[in-house]
Design a protein around this ligand. Structure first.
Ligand code: COI
Length: 356
């Protein structure tokens, strides 16, 4: 067994908490940040000990290479309160593993699990009052790593900064979403960055998403880069469809993010005996199922989005409406079960929750 390495975290607490400025009953997504953040640098080819400091601006030179050559990646995870007031994290080591997968592709150093977990745990312990108790709310946790060499020239940076900050959040989508099938722009190609949480992936999506929003859609439904024929994922989430009695979702590949919520849902469905297929899904197949009334549900899944019902799919100038979700809908059952596991209202038989 590998020995746990204990890092010597320095902690500087805020002199006055900002928590009283937050209306926990009306929290917009991603706007308010909790009191502290965890910061650690990679230098001289190793990760330092790290510190927890008041959340706030950091001074950085305009020459840092993340700004120019894009070595920047992030993760998204959440902390929850159970009914007894204890704090929990959902599958944090899976986020850590995925972060290192992204880091490898972006030529950035892997962060040791012990450092990631010790910084994360200490931060969440310190700011545990920031975890909302309200329904459909959580403390969103944003780990982010970026290159900090002050250097002009294309080469991997030698120095990096890793930060974790958090924000109490409500729902990412406050209403069922409408998605527009993208047939011109591409999110990712095989061999590219699609499977990573590189900041660049999100930058590439902004302009097409803005065009989609100007046409009245919330998000794009990305298709493959070769034929624009097969569904990939939506702007901020993986996608799933209930076709007949099966749940179908695009298989993960080099172009799709391997979502932790996606994986959890697949495990739940299998446990419930609901057939689930991970495969290529063409737009044509989807619309054929729709025309035969076999497309019962479509929903996006992700940490931020949780389970977001898709009410409308736009394709080639036409809108395809989806049935309204009811308490017996599969996506409704999934969301309820995930919420119950996360808040300790039902058994965590998969061992996903980690006590803070
Ligand atoms: C998440 O679901 O955590 C994400 O990172 C999506 C983000 C773009 C809000």
């Amino acid at each position: 067994m590998l020995e746990t390495k204990i890092y010597n975290l320095e902690i500087q607490k805020v002199t006055k908490s900002r928590i009283h400025e937050i209306d926990f009953n009306h929290i917009p997504f991603g706007k308010y940040f909790s009191d502290h953040m965890f910061v650690v640098d990679y230098k001289n080819e190793e990760w330092q000990d790290g510190k927890i400091v008041p959340y706030g601006p950091m001074s950085m030179a305009p020459s840092i290479s993340a700004l120019h050559y894009g070595q920047a990646l992030f993760e998204g995870m959440k902390a929850y309160k159970d009914t007894k007031g204890n704090s929990w994290l959902f599958r944090p080591t899976d986020n850590h593993a995925r972060l290192n997968i992204s880091a490898e592709r972006l030529c950035m150093p892997a962060i040791p699990e012990d450092l990631f977990m010790q910084g994360l745990m200490e931060l969440i312990r310190l700011d545990s009052n920031w975890i909302p108790k309200q329904e459909n709310a959580a403390l969103y946790i944003r780990p982010v790593m970026f290159a900090i060499d002050e250097f002009v020239g294309v080469k991997p940076s030698q120095n990096y900064r890793f930060v974790i900050f958090t924000c109490p959040v409500g729902q990412y989508y406050s209403e069922p979403v409408s998605v527009l099938v993208e047939t011109k722009y591409v999110r990712a190609f095989e061999g590219g960055l699609g499977f990573t949480k590189a900041a660049a992936n999100y930058a590439a999506a902004l302009m097409p998403a803005k065009l989609g929003q100007s046409k009245g859609y919330h998000q794009m439904l990305w298709t493959d880069g070769f034929e624009h024929k097969y569904i990939e994922e939506s702007g901020t989430m993986n996608v799933m469809f209930v076709i007949g009695n099966k749940v179908v979702t695009p298989m993960t590949s080099g172009t799709i993010l391997s979502g932790i919520t996606r994986d959890s849902i697949i495990q739940l469905l299998k446990d419930w005996g609901i057939p689930v297929e991970e495969r290529r899904i063409s737009i044509d197949d989807l619309l054929t199922a729709h025309s035969k009334n076999e497309l019962k549900e479509a929903f996006g899944v992700g940490t931020a989005a949780t389970v977001a019902h898709i009410a409308k799919i736009g394709y080639m100038g036409k809108d395809f409406q989806l049935p309204v979700i009811t308490p017996s809908s599969i996506s409704h059952r999934i969301l309820k079960t995930l919420t119950d596991i996360r808040t300790g209202k039902c058994e965590d038989k998969f061992g996903w929750m980690v006590r803070v």
